[in-house]
Structure formats: C-alpha cells, structure tokens
Design a protein around this ligand. Structure first.
Ligand SMILES: O=C(O)CCC(=O)C(=O)O
Ligand SMILES: [Fe+2]
Length: 281
C-alpha cells in the first residue's frame, strides 16, 4: 500500500503533524485565500512520482472512461418549459468530456489512498473551517479522474457536492483552464440573475486558475459556478477530483449521476428524496 508520505510532500506540508507551527501556518494561509477568493492553490503538494502513478492509472484505464457529448444547464437538470426562456435552468451548453468513475479506480490507487486518508480529511476540514466534514460517499463521483481530450469543453456548472480538491495530473498544451465565479450562490440565494449574466459572457465575477501538475486546489464547487475552457493543442488533460461534503448521507441526484457519470445506482435512488440544502441540483 502506498504510504501518505509517498503521495504528499509531507516535509513541505506536514498535514500529519497538526500541532506543528508549520501546519498551523499552512492552514491559516489556505483559509485566508479561501475566504478572499473562494479557492486556494497549494503548489507542489503531490509528489512527482505519485502524479506519475496517477497518470499511468488513468492511461491504463482509458477504455473504462465514460465519455459524453451532450447539453446541460448549470444544475444538470432537465429542461423545464414552465420557466421563462432566459432562466439559467433553460440555458444549455454542450459538454464533451470523460470520467474515469470512482468505482473503476484500481484498489491500490494513489487517488484512493489520498481520499481514504483521515489526515487529508482533517486538513481539508481545517482549511475550510467546516466541522464535521466527510469524505463523499457517492460511489461514482467521490474521487474520479476527469479526462478531457483536445477539443473537449466542460461548461459552467455547480457541483452536487460542496467541496472538491483538484490535482492536475496532466496539463493541456493550451486551454483547459479552470475558471470560476466565487460563491455566486449561497444556501439562501440562488442568484439566478447573476448566474445568467455569467452564462451570457459577463467576465466581471470570473477568476481563472492556471494549475500545474502536483498543485492542490481546494474549491467550493456547490456555490462557485465553474467551467474548464476548451482543450487546445495535442495533449489531453487529466485531473483527479477527491470530494468532500457536509452531509455524509448525500449523493448525487439520479439525473445528475446519469448525465455526468453515465449511470445511476440504487444508492442514488434510495437517497434521492432526502432534504439536503434546498439548492437546485
Ligand atoms: O476539471 C476540472 O478542473 C473541474 C472539473 C469539474 O468541475 C467537475 O468535474 O465537476
Ligand atoms: Fe465541477
């Protein structure tokens, strides 16, 4: 089994030593960034060898990737003809991308070990100042790889889970930039007006991040609308996405799961009707 020290650069980032000054400084810096811009980047967090193992895992399993080319709104819901035409739930954009779903990862995968890790959970919880925080239970979406080939595009959307880490495994030659609009909606306010503006091209609330392989990003994907710009050049983009939630019971809605991960499983239907946070999914 791969040890955490072989995945994370624990010398630079001692997330296993929560009493150390270095840990406290790291958490404080990260927390500040998250509060200021709704997202944070910790450079070279993942060791190069681990990134290489993740790349190999993704490439060994490319035949299992679920590819989609379809249209969705930012909420992954079906069209609702009772709403006005300019409502963001009625604005659909084509997505073309693939996922190597969590249930198709190799048991000994570095990505699995990272997501299983209680040290990691504690660290993410401290950075977000969210207690308790849980590893997401969704069997498909809890820690997938997103795979995008040249020409692919992942349009504006909100995630079904609250918090996501992204670890870039392979960078596109050009494009494939993560763009986000920090905390565009909140638990109490869908902010449909500004969501529509961003969908129509307003760049004012939009920030972008040019990640490098090995960087760790933490972002609030349920509240910050985000997208990945079109992949240009010849190289595919691979990114690992371990996810965390406030409610250990929640999973994606069946429709969301089908649209993104290609299928819905019994757990998605069993938990479909539990009250989560009232936001559009
Ligand atoms: O690929 C990324 O950087 C983000 C992917 C994403 O937003 C998602 O999979 O929901
Ligand atoms: Fe997302």
């Amino acid at each position: 089994m791969t040890k955490l020290e072989n995945i994370i650069d624990l010398n630079a980032y001692p997330i296993h030593k929560i009493q150390s000054l270095k840990y406290k400084e790291l958490v404080n810096k990260t927390k500040k960034e998250l509060n200021r811009i709704g997202c944070c980047v910790i450079p070279n967090f993942i060791r190069e060898e681990s990134i290489n193992r993740m790349k190999q895992e993704a490439e060994r399993n490319l035949n299992k990737v679920h590819w989609t080319k379809d249209k969705h709104n930012p909420y992954f819901t079906k069209d609702d003809e009772t709403l006005p035409k300019d409502h963001p739930k009625r604005i659909f954009t084509v997505r073309e991308s693939g996922y190597l779903n969590s249930d198709d990862l190799e048991e000994d995968s570095d990505l699995n070990h990272l997501h299983y890790s209680d040290e990691m959970l504690k660290f993410v919880s401290d950075c977000l100042d969210v207690y308790p925080l849980y590893k997401w239970a969704d069997p498909l979406g809890k820690n997938p790889y997103s795979i995008m080939h040249p020409g692919h595009y992942f349009p504006w959307h909100f995630d079904g889970n609250e918090f996501t880490l992204s670890l870039l495994v392979q960078k596109a030659e050009k494009g494939g930039i993560f763009e986000y609009s920090p905390e565009l909606r909140s638990k109490d306010n869908e902010n449909y007006e500004n969501v529509t503006k961003v969908l129509r091209g307003d760049r004012n609330p939009v920030k972008s991040l040019d990640l490098d392989p090995g960087d760790l990003q933490i972002f609030k994907g349920r509240f910050s609308m985000h997208r990945v710009t079109k992949i240009e050049g010849n190289r595919s983009r691979y990114i690992a996405l371990p996810c965390y939630v406030k409610d250990p019971y929640r999973v994606n809605k069946p429709e969301h799961s089908k649209q993104v991960y290609g299928k819905a499983m019994p757990i998605h239907y069993e938990r479909e009707n539990i009250e989560v946070d009232g936001l559009s999914d």
